[in-house]
Each structure stands twice: as C-alpha cells, then as structure tokens.
Design a protein around this ligand. Structure first.
Ligand code: HEC
Length: 130
C-alpha cells in the first residue's frame, strides 16, 4: 500500500515535472517523501491549468482567440461547437492537434509533448463555455 502511494506520488511528480520543466525538483522530492498525494494532486491540477493556458496563448490563440475560430466560426473551441462536432474528451482535442483539418497547422509530439497537449485540451474544455 505504501509502495503504491509512493509510486503514485512519483508518477505525479514526473508528470508535473514534464509540465513545468523540472525546475521544482526539491519540492516534489519532499512531497514524494511525505507521501501526501492529496495536496500533491491539488498543486498539479493548478499547474496543469496554468501550463495549458500559457501554451494555448502561445500556439492556438492566433487562430482561436478566446476559444473562437478566425476562419471557420462553426469550428470554435466553445463547448457547444465541440459537442456538435463530436469532440467530447480531452483526447479528441489532442487527436485534432496531431491530425488537424486542412486549414489548421499540425502540432506533432516534438513541438508539443503529449502531457502539454493534454494540458492544453483540459484548459480548452474547462475555459470556453458557450
Ligand atoms: C493556423 C491557424 C490555427 C492554429 C494555429 C490552430 N488552429 Fe485549431 N483550427 C483551425 C481551423 C481553420 C479549424 C477548422 C478545421 C480545419 O479546417 O482545420 C480548427 C479546428 C480546431 C478544432 C476543432 C474545433 C471544432 O469545433 O470542430 C480544435 C479542437 C482545434 N482546432 C484545436 C486547436 C488547438 C488545441 C490549437 C493549438 C495547439 C490549434 N487548434 C491551433 C485553425 C488553427
């Protein structure tokens, strides 16, 4: 049981590390040692959101300002359009980033890692309501 908790903590630390660039090693090291997965996941959720927000403005907002779509208003990132276009889970958005339609640029895994792509997708799904 303890082993499992430590493992979960370690995984969370690695994920957080990928998201924020590994410059908080000491703090995560201490959290893993303390085996406190609750506070750890809370910190991770906040960090994921800000990472998603930052990456979204860097890569997506030129064509999707405020979750809109400058060239196709029916394909915005707002929840009503996403739903109408059968995009219901973060991984659906990641899939589009990897294989977009003809007018959107492609973001491969060397440009945006899977962890970062998921953070962007989660940011989109929690931020742009109707
Ligand atoms: C060069 C402009 C451009 C950029 C940059 C861009 N997109 Fe798009 N996106 C589009 C266009 C245009 C469409 C409509 C489909 C098509 O023609 O490719 C679209 C469609 C989408 C859709 C489908 C929306 C729907 O309602 O069907 C998603 C999800 C999406 N983009 C996510 C992203 C994410 C995430 C990023 C940043 C990582 C991004 N896009 C960056 C232009 C862009």
């Amino acid at each position: 049981m303890l082993k499992r908790t430590l493992l979960t903590g370690l995984l969370a630390a690695i994920t957080a590390c990928l998201l924020v660039g590994c410059n908080q090693e000491t703090r995560y090291g201490q959290e893993v040692g303390r085996a406190a997965p609750v506070s750890q996941s809370a910190a991770t959720a906040g960090e994921r959101f800000s990472a998603g927000e930052r990456l979204f403005s860097q890569y997506c907002s030129p064509c999707h300002p405020d979750g809109g779509n400058v060239s196709d208003p029916r394909k915005s990132l707002r929840s009503s359009d996403l739903k109408a276009n059968h995009i219901t889970r973060p991984q659906d958005i990641v899939r589009i980033m990897r294989n977009p339609g003809s007018r959107m640029m492609r973001f491969d895994v060397t440009t945006i890692s899977d962890a970062d792509a998921t953070a962007i997708a989660e940011y989109i799904m929690t931020s742009f309501k109707n």
